[in-house]
Design a protein around this ligand. Structure first.
Ligand SMILES: [Zn+2]
Length: 551
């Protein structure tokens, strides 16, 4: 056994029992922490074969866990048209025209990140501009929030969407006065009509793009991601892991339509088996990849005005947004998943899906409590609301009572400030209320939601603690909701580990847990908040081994 020793460090363990330490020892074969304490204490536990690193007083934190990311989508972003900086529909069309000139006719042109809220008039774009730019290529462009698909006529044709196509339930095909589709599809039920006919991405290309992205995550201090994607992502992660090339731990959250398959793969022999089987299966995998739960889309987004609302949007009282799942289906899905021991992550932007989701959680908890199966240990089960951008005070109290986790992405708060004020009116004052959540005892898990926003944890921590976007000079937005740095870091470590039922393995530097840590150039607790984004990661340690940087 080789022991790896990190000495002379300024360690913030995030473990309440022993919050600070000077050194730690990690077993290189298991990747687990053997001891943590003073230099002397740790030295004593070291075996004959040890490798020593002197950290010269540098600050060490547990490895950061991004509780909500879409990695493949983030990787594709570098390969597709990126309209993030476009300030008009015409500008996007110009990018499409350029791409069309380099793409064989008939091939799909893909891309996204367009945001009509940054354009004059904020109107929806239409197929006409794309038809002019690329008459011979089917074009699909995702909105920045991923809930709208802007397509051209050829794409509509490939998907067989016409004036007579029936409106999908829980989605919308925008149409002109004569019923012709305008080229905007809202929410999965509608966007899938086109998405499902796109040529699948070339696996070799996907792999290359992901392999380019993984080191960037390591450099930013991330040691685990909760990836919210489908089986294609899981398969790629497994492949990379088999080849020893993953370099980052993955907690997989699959879409809810995989629930029947997940259930099927357990082949329950009798009534108790699915419960026991499910639990062990969820725990299965290894320290690098584990499947932990399912994701339910309950509504759209604020930027697309498809978030589902208890009361209409400001100035548009009849638009209540889109509840992307019926209440009955939500109840059934939550109860089924909980019964299988799977964690449940529910996307909730508006205040209505949060309300509906909490009803389902309450029902599932009552159901589980009523079944008298004492062999069943559900202590690891986690319910989480993703985003929780607007929620009523009563439902906030209910979240706390039901033990529901708020999985939040603080960069959304600073990026969405204008649209929150515009579309929610006075309600915006209780939006993105992370400090309130923390104060009343709701566990917070922090993440990025990349590719929607940056995955850089230091920029996100800066946004969480200052309520500012570090790239602008704008004053803080709702600064009362800024999190203290210790609480924000808790959300990026222990909170995110807890949200994945992995708090026994990750989230703090504690004996027996995985030796995942980061070394910072400066002490993040002392550095002025404005400098936090420059407070770069010097090294990233995974299972005791340095996977990025040097010390
Ligand atoms: Zn997301």
């Amino acid at each position: 056994m080789t022991t790896i020793l990190y000495l002379n460090a300024n360690i913030y363990t995030m473990d309440a029992i022993q919050p600070r330490a000077q050194a730690m020892a990690i077993d290189s074969s298991t990747g687990r922490i053997l001891s943590i304490g003073t230099n002397d204490e740790v030295h004593r536990t070291a075996g004959q074969h040890s490798q020593l690193f002197d950290l010269h007083g540098k600050t060490v934190l547990p490895g950061l866990i991004d509780a909500h990311i879409h990695l493949l989508s983030t990787a594709y972003r570098s390969h597709h048209i990126d309209a993030i900086t476009c300030t008009s529909e015409d500008e996007v069309a110009t990018l499409v025209r350029e791409r069309a000139s380099q793409t064989p006719s008939g091939r799909w042109i893909q891309g996204g990140q367009w945001d009509k809220n940054l354009w004059p008039g904020q109107h929806f774009p239409s197929k006409a501009s794309l038809d002019t730019a690329a008459p011979n290529h089917p074009v699909v462009l995702w909105s920045k929030d991923g809930h709208l698909l802007w397509v051209n006529s050829l794409a509509l044709q490939r998907a067989n969407i016409t004036a007579t196509t029936r409106e999908p339930a829980n989605g919308a095909i925008l149409r002109d006065g004569s019923g012709e589709p305008t080229g905007i599809l809202q929410e999965q039920a509608a966007t899938n009509l086109v998405y499902n006919v796109i040529d699948p991405p070339d696996p070799a290309m996907t792999r290359t793009l992901v392999q380019r992205l993984l080191p960037r995550l390591q450099q930013s201090g991330i040691t685990t991601i909760a990836d919210i994607e489908d089986l294609d992502a899981l398969q790629l992660f497994q492949q990379l892991h088999d080849e020893g090339q993953l370099g980052i731990r993955v907690h997989m959250i699959l879409p809810r339509h995989r629930l029947p398959q997940l259930r099927e793969s357990w082949k329950p022999q009798h009534v108790v088996a699915p419960l026991v089987g499910a639990r062990s299966w969820v725990r299965e995998g290894d320290d690098m990849i584990r499947i932990g739960g399912i994701k339910i889309f309950a509504d759209g987004t604020l930027g697309s005005q498809t978030a589902a609302m208890l009361e209409g949007f400001e100035g548009n009282p009849h638009n209540l947004g889109i509840l992307a799942i019926s209440e009955q289906e939500m109840n059934e899905t939550v109860s089924q998943a909980a019964d299988m021991g799977l964690n449940i992550a529910i996307h909730a932007i508006g205040d209505r899906p949060a309300h509906v989701a909490l009803n389902s959680v309450e029902k599932a908890q009552q159901y589980l409590a009523s079944t008298s199966d004492t062999a069943r240990d559900l202590s690891h089960l986690r319910y989480r609301l993703e985003h929780v951008q607007l929620i009523t005070p009563a439902d906030l109290a209910r979240m706390q009572r039901l033990g529901v986790i708020a999985s939040v992405q603080p960069f959304h708060a600073v990026a969405d400030r204008d649209i929150a004020e515009r579309y929610w009116g006075p309600r915006h004052r209780r939006a993105y209320a992370y400090r309130t959540m923390q104060n009343i005892g709701i566990p917070l898990a922090l993440g990025s939601d990349a590719p929607v926003e940056t995955f850089d944890p230091l920029r996100i921590l800066h946004a969480a603690t200052t309520r500012r976007d570090d790239t602008t000079q704008r004053p803080p937005w709702l600064p009362d909701q800024a999190l203290p740095i210790s609480e924000a870091l808790w959300g990026y470590t222990m909170g995110a580990a807890y949200a994945a039922s992995e708090e026994h393995l990750k989230g703090s530097l504690t004996v027996g847990k995985l030796g995942d840590a980061i070394v910072l150039r400066e002490n993040i607790f002392d550095a002025p908040q404005e400098k936090m984004t420059e407070n770069a990661v010097q090294a990233t340690i995974l299972g005791g081994k340095i996977v990025y940087g040097e010390v």
